[in-house]
Design a protein around this ligand. Sequence first.
Ligand SMILES: [Cu+2]
Length: 355
Amino acid sequence: MKSLFYRASLCLSALLLTTHANADSERAIDHGPIGVMGDHFHKAGEWMVSARVMRMHMSGNQAGDDELSDSEVIMQPNAPGRMPGVLSVVPQDMDMDMLMLGAMFAPTDRLTLMGMVMASSKDMALTSYSPPDMTNSGPRSVVGGFSTASDDIQSVSLSGLFRLQQGASSRTHLTLGLEQAIADANVADTVLTPMGMNMTMRLPYGMQIGDESLRLNAALTHVYSSNKWVFGGQISGKFKVAAKDWHFGNSQQVTAWVQREMNRRVSLSGRLSYARASGLEGMDAMIMAPVQTAIPANYGYKKWRIGLGANAVVSLFPGQSERLGIELELPVDTDTRGVQMTPEWQLTLGIQKAF
Ligand SMILES: [Cu+2]
């Protein structure tokens, strides 16, 4: 009897020790900066759910590398064949908010499945200028300011993360997934026309939440760790598989990060990213306001960004610890194709919980 009790208590303490050891083995640095998608995979049988919110703020305008004032924007050409020959409405500020809900599950050590639902809202403040004269050269006055907004469920995606290699100090995985844009690309709002009238019309491409396309998302991620440091890199691309009248085009990104463990529960990160987008393809004849965003040639970019972030492991709810992440990204160089708004900053906050 005594021996049974002894064995049972031994088992129980072993179990407690294991649980304790597991809780302690959660390190903040084991996940990449929160702005990196699909930075890690899981062990067989593990589940993880996550929620991320991201805000991107843009202000002012530029063409290529050059900043443009309002008076320069209204001298820019309208789409070919469209009247008047120059622009009349100038974007001032824009905020894009995104909510990303994700779930990860690893049926085997070699494969982690990842599903995501994304919702977005966009808000833009604009200024309308009086129409140009016959020569497009006379003085033009401010008609007034207005704002437009849209929000919807943007897309759903399903990906597989295939483990290619995992050693004591490094791991590599390939991500392949499909993303279906589900928002209708026909959102309308009220705009103030150069003639001073309020008119409801279809919002420009950049204010639509989705482009109704199906995309292939691919990424290769490599992470190397050495004591209290982690070095990671990811090359990724989004490629159009199918679309309707128009789509935002293909994009690619290379990003590299360094993380430093402060203690098991806190790590800090620095990141450099280069992203490029080919630009909008196709068109919608209902999108025709005299504003830069209504012209397909004003899409596509090359952007360099730096990111500063922190990861933390906290115990807010029962079960395994939660992970919190924050990352602020700032543009260091933006080269736009045509006339576009200038990115100012983007902030990502996230929470992750594994089961
Ligand atoms: Cu995960």
